[in-house]
Design a protein around this ligand. Sequence first.
Ligand code: SF4
Ligand code: SF4
Ligand code: SF4
Length: 272
Amino acid sequence: MKKYWPPVVMLVIFEIVAVTLWLTKDNMFYLFNFSYIGLSISFGVFLFIRKYKHARHIVQLLVGLYMLIYLGLICNENMQIEGFWYYLFMGVFEAATIHYAVAKIFGPLLFGRGWCGYACWTAMVLDFLPYKVPGNPRKKIGWIRYITFAASLIFVAALFLAKVGNIERIMFWAFIVGNVIYYAVGIILAYVFKDNRAFCKYICPITVFLKPMSYFSLLRIKCDKDKCVSCGKCKKVCPMNVDVTDNSRKRLNGTECILCMECVRNCPKGAL
Ligand code: SF4
Ligand code: SF4
Ligand code: SF4
């Protein structure tokens, strides 16, 4: 039974967040929202422990579709980076600002880039493409993320500075158009670079938050050097080109790890 503790701990953490936000914000939505996400992630971890092959895809679909369709399209909440800037400029700690604080800014100190591996609705689609293992070496064009990051900030700041009316409606359409662009660019890049996660590696603006915070992550894949036979299989199957055999925080592409567990599943010696 000891092996089932991780999903239980995960659920408890999410319930603490859910109840805290429910009581402090006096809004039942937070109880429902974080309980649902916690249950989905815990269910996925449970399936992973049971060695179910598609455990991660199931969590991606459960959380990703909920955020994209229910929160985004039905509730009109822009959970993308523009939505974060929008609420930040409004000076309110609601919706996207809470989402970013939990999943993308402070959460990664605890669970690294778990968001990227299990919940992102962009990667939910990209991970079904054929290049699960990168077919080409990594390119040195990660600087593009700073341009997309700055563009999102300038876009929302300009709306506020120009005192444009009905920004809320613009945010809704920005969510739709932004997602269409993300999916289109993500799919094209995956085929051009033969790498499903090319969008994550070079374009995604959210990595500007995720990478530095996940550097300090409590949850990390570690290598037992006594068991490792340096076969290199873990590096071959890693979608993010992480040198997971190096236990230091400065390991190659360390802040790219999305905790997908492919290396763990494929290590022939159980060293990870
Ligand atoms: S890097 Fe960006 S697009 Fe990729 S999984 Fe993370 S948040 Fe999603
Ligand atoms: S797959 Fe396992 S044994 Fe092989 S290099 Fe990686 S950690 Fe070592
Ligand atoms: S394969 Fe291992 S090192 Fe690579 S992203 Fe997945 S969990 Fe991280």
